[in-house]
Ligand binder design. Structure first.
Ligand code: 2P0
Length: 409
């Protein structure tokens, strides 16, 4: 924490998460209460993260926020919900006592700056990392502890799962006020050390139908979504939790693929239908099935969110070969910069037999790049003052102004 005269700043980071049992549909739009529970894997922040600085000063005239260097409207209801709820907890903690002269006075306005080290619109769940980081950082700034996933949820549903590392459930809860709709860690990031995650970035374009609007139409029109929420997900949550606890990749991978497919089936069952997968996504799906069929077991598993990018789960012993298979089927641009980002991958030679087993058609430049990562920890404070994204004048620093896509490596 930096405390200089009346200026107090805190900087924290938070991770992206990828759901293996998908959240799709709300029963309460304002409180963001889901129609089913969901389960995700938190990705390592060495590859993907949001960094947020929040600062208080007697000199600030109003609450302000900058995302990737651009000032945004802080009166958006979801931002306001998070700010209001953290401040409410802070007031409760202080028992109504507040001194205008203290650096962390409730009467001071807040400035917030947040950056992602990955393209915001690439469909990589930036809202989850973003709101998790906002809530965690504000809580640290105001000295609030305890259950924060309930507040992050009110920023973006999936954000509540980014409040923990490893494997995380968002328990849907029953109550109308959302007090029991919380994230809970199933296992920590250390639980399954050889699990690996590959993000196959198909398109960095903005998605056509946003999740919030898409799931609202699905709730209104899809009978399949209702069936899924009531009859399929409850059993799958138990099954998936057990597969993770036992580190059973066969079961984990099968369930992950089936749940992704059912989520996209509910999108097709929505009227008018929503298409998130494109031809490259479908090519990846068939490649995964051909690869698994070649070995007669589930070696890799795909999942897709509200966009065409694939997220592949596998084990570290498989990564080198599967990446080679991906490079073979989607030959990268020869001069297109780094195709592989993140954890190291060693080149291998594919056998002729495997090549012909997985190959249907080759799609040059079908993928932009691949990020190799693994499960990682939850939000963390940064102690180094040089990490602050706001200067002592309360304005974004150079780091906060530069969109740090290049920092991905
Ligand atoms: C998930 N997705 O479980 C699912 C799978 C996309 C597909 O959570 O309206 O951005 O902010 O609660 O969290 C994306 O939805 O939607 C999402 P809001 P959110 O990860």
């Amino acid at each position: 924490m930096c405390s200089e005269k009346s200026f107090t700043a805190v900087t924290c980071t938070a991770p992206v998460n990828i759901a293996v049992i998908k959240y799709w549909g709300k029963r309460d739009e304002e409180l963001i209460l889901p129609i089913n529970s969901s389960l995700s894997v938190t990705l390592h922040q060495d590859q993907l993260k949001t960094t947020t600085t929040a600062a208080l000063s007697r000199d600030f005239k109003e609450d302000r926020i900058w995302l990737n260097g651009t000032e945004e409207n802080i009166s958006q209801p979801r931002l306001q919900s998070c700010l209001r709820e953290v401040r409410r907890l802070a007031r409760k903690r202080r028992g109504g006592k507040d001194d205008d002269a203290t650096p962390r006075s409730m009467s001071h306005k807040v400035h917030i700056a947040s950056v992602n080290n990955f393209p915001t619109a690439a469909g990589l769940a930036s809202s989850a990392a973003g709101y998790a980081c906002l809530v965690y950082t504000l809580a640290k700034l105001y000295g609030v502890e305890g259950e924060l996933s309930e507040i992050a949820r009110q920023g973006s549903g999936s954000a509540c799962r980014s409040m923990y590392g490893g494997f995380v459930q968002w328990v849907m809860g029953q109550s109308a006020d959302g007090k029991d709709s919380l994230a809970k860690q199933v296992e920590s990031e250390a639980h399954w050390p050889d699990l690996r995650i590959l993000i196959l970035v198909v398109s960095a374009e903005r998605k056509h139908v946003g999740s919030t609007a898409g799931m609202q139409t699905s709730v209104e029109t899809s009978p399949l979504l209702k069936h899924r929420a009531e009859c399929v997900v409850p059993m799958r949550m138990e099954d998936m939790t057990e597969a993770i606890r036992q580190r059973d990749f066969e079961r984990f991978g099968q369930l992950t693929m089936k749940d992704s497919n059912q989520f996209h089936a509910t999108c097709l069952d929505t009227f008018p239908p929503i298409f998130y997968l494109n031809n490259i996504s479908k090519h990846i799906i068939s490649l995964v099935h051909r690869y698994n069929a070649y070995y007669g077991e589930t070696k890799v598993a795909y999942t897709f969110d509200a966009g065409p990018n694939a997220v592949i789960f596998t084990l570290d012993t498989v990564v080198n070969e599967f990446v080679e298979v991906v490079k073979h089927c989607f030959p990268p641009e020869s001069n297109g910069g780094t195709f592989l980002k993140g954890l190291p991958v060693s080149p291998t030679t594919l056998t002729e037999e495997l090549r012909s087993a997985v190959e249907t058609e080759l799609t040059p430049k079908g993928l932009q790049y691949v990020i190799v990562t693994k499960p990682g920890p939850g939000p963390q404070p940064l102690d180094d003052l040089s990490d602050h994204l706001l200067g002592p004048d309360g304005m974004p620093t150079q780091t906060a102004r530069v969109l740090t896509t290049e920092a991905l490596l």
